[in-house]
Write a protein of this length. Structure first.
Length: 596
């Protein structure tokens, strides 16, 4: 960028400015251009009486009036109206409105009784920083508000305006009083690309001769005023002051004007929920990312917190909005102080012990359980403030042993796990499966009545394998029974109970079953790879554990083996990534097979 001074030149210019400030008086007859005119007072003294200037007596009263006023000036009286003349002592006010082309070319000449009495040869110029991308917030201490970003198009946009027509002098741009890392970018007219004008880390100031500044900006407003659009980025939250100065000296006197714009770069980060719910699951109140429904109320309550830095003044007002996803079957309610997820510094902007950290807080409640298993699982909450949107994932679970799910058409009082695992196709609970909360075991069937599988509460807990049983006659030992937990235990139970049904349907009515264990004599030594005694219904002595097995122990031991070694195509699949029970496969305290 040719217009940018080299480091050596910058240091020389800065030294020259510092020396000028220390040694040269400021030029008095300087008017600074402002959006709201900055009027300077001039005292007018009129001696009461008359003078004889012509035959017309009405012209004899002493007066002071404007003989000439440059079009670069605005001259008004005490009542704010344009000043022409006065016959009484008073104060008039003059402001610069257009920049001078030469030193002292903004002339105001006052005549006394028709003769030039006072003449002011003033110089008019000024600088300004205009904030283009203002964010909706209030509080004088905030300055220009932006969100910390390294994307030029998402940062703050400002315009450096030099209302200077003088041929020489210097333009100084500076980032001062910086906390964080800021960069000011501008477009290089020679290449069309964006380059750094100043940055807080390596080059916080630049000094450019006025003539080069005009060429570099390549843009002018009316009266030939050069201006430069700039973009401000920040890689981290913090504050800075952007300063724009024009300075010059003429006739041993210093002239200068300076504009300053405070910039606040905000950073937002979720504190609740927070972290990755898969790699770093959390369930404590303030740093959680896993949420479980309250079964007694069928509600899911969430406290959402977003931390904002740097700390803002207590009187500052800043607004933001949380958004939560829709869950079918549940209604989302926000706390009265957070309508539609909105938060502001006046309602939910809590100040914590660390003065440099402040937190937006909102409270939301989902009322009613989801209709489907897909209503649980990974969700995303967003927070939007100052044009910036951040997001955070969290996970929703149901209490496994609860019962307040939506109405079930087949099992009025079934457990949550039965309802949602069946709905989600999690572990083989199909239409021929029912829930029986009164049964203390894993499951049972009544194949002589129907083909239904009744699952008990124990089916979703721990299976009892591995179990070893000894043939009372051959003394051979077999190992049977699954070892699954949660959804795998349910799948193993269904495999077990379905094999009871299949065995009954295969052999029922064939006869030749003297021990009445459901296995014909011709199949006792080979069926399911188990050798059992055709004259003993409980060859492996399962009755030692439960007397009811005395009549069908040989059938039972085969079903327990089937839990571990089912026939091809008979294994009941289970899917850990569909399990959203607490406890369950995907909860912080996992219960069941791991998610691959």
């Amino acid at each position: 960028m040719k217009a940018r001074a080299c480091d050596k030149c910058k240091s020389l210019h800065q030294a020259a400015y510092t020396n000028a400030v220390a040694t040269l008086p400021h030029r008095n007859e300087v008017l600074l251009i402002r959006d709201e005119p900055a009027y300077e007072p001039i005292e007018i003294h009129v001696t009461p009486g008359i003078h004889n200037c012509c035959p017309c007596e009405e012209h004899w009263t002493n007066f002071v009036g404007v003989a000439y006023a440059s079009d670069r000036l605005d001259v008004i009286s005490e009542d704010g109206l344009p000043f022409g003349k006065t016959e009484e002592s008073c104060t008039i006010y003059v402001a610069g409105t257009r920049p001078s082309d030469n030193y002292g070319d903004a002339t105001l000449a006052l005549n006394r009784n028709g003769s030039i009495d006072l003449q002011y040869d003033m110089t008019v110029f000024g600088v300004a920083i205009e904030d283009v991308s203002s964010i909706a917030a209030s509080g004088d201490d905030l300055g220009s508000l932006m969100v910390a970003t390294t994307n030029i198009w998402q940062g703050a946009t400002m315009t450096l305006v030099t209302k200077v027509g003088l041929p020489d002098g210097y333009v100084h741009v500076e980032l001062a009083d910086v906390s964080g890392e800021f960069t000011v970018w501008c477009c290089n007219p020679e290449t069309g690309g964006y380059v750094k004008l100043v940055d807080s880390q390596s080059s916080p100031t630049t000094e450019i001769p006025m003539s080069a500044w005009r060429r570099f900006t390549g843009r002018t407003w009316g009266d030939g005023i050069p201006y430069l659009p700039v973009h401000v980025t920040s890689s981290s939250p913090g504050t800075a002051k952007l300063r724009l100065r024009y300075w010059n000296y003429e006739g041993g006197e210093l002239m200068e004007d300076e504009a300053e714009q405070k910039i606040t770069a905000l950073g937002f980060v979720f504190k609740t929920p927070t972290g990755d719910p898969v790699s770093s699951p959390q369930t404590n109140d303030w740093n959680r990312n896993e949420y479980t429904y309250n079964d007694s109320t069928s509600t899911l309550s969430m406290t959402l917190r977003v931390e904002v830095t740097p700390a803002l003044p207590h009187h500052a007002t800043l607004t933001g909005r949380f958004s939560l996803p829709f869950i079918g079957g549940a209604s989302l309610e926000w706390a009265p102080e957070n309508p539609y997820g909105e938060v502001s510094s006046e309602t939910a902007y809590s100040f914590v012990e660390d003065a440099d950290v402040q937190t937006f807080t909102a409270h939301a409640t989902y009322r009613g359980y989801p209709t489907h298993n897909s209503g649980f699982g990974r969700k995303t909450v967003t927070f939007e403030c100052c044009g910036k949107t951040i997001s955070q994932d969290f996970e929703v679970f149901f209490p496994k042993e609860g019962t307040h799910h939506p109405p079930c058409s087949t099992c009025a009082d079934c457990a949550n796990w039965f309802y949602y695992w069946r709905d989600g196709g999690v572990c083989g609970i199909t239409a021929n499966c029912l829930y029986d909360g009164t049964f203390r075991g894993y499951g049972f069937t009544m194949p002589w009545c129907d083909n239904l599988i009744r699952l008990g509460a124990k089916a979703a807990r721990n299976n009892s394998g591995p179990e070893m049983f000894t043939n009372s006659y051959t003394h051979a030992v077999i190992t049977v029974t699954g070892q699954g937990k949660g959804i795998q235990c349910v799948a193993e139970t269904i495999q077990h109970e379905q094999h009871h049904i299949d065995t009954y349907n295969l052999f029922h009515g064939q006869g030749n079953d003297p021990d009445r264990d459901g296995i014909p004599t011709t199949d006792e030594d080979t069926y399911d790879g188990i050798n059992s005694n055709p004259d003993d219904s409980d060859t492996y002595n399962l009755r030692a554990y439960d007397s009811s097995y005395l009549s069908y122990g040989d059938d039972e031991v085969r079903c327990r083996k089937f839990e571990v070694e089912p026939e091809p195509g008979k294994r009941v699949p289970f899917y850990p990534d569909r399990d959203w029970a607490n406890p369950g496969c995907q909860h912080k305290e996992p219960f069941g097979p791991a998610v691959e």
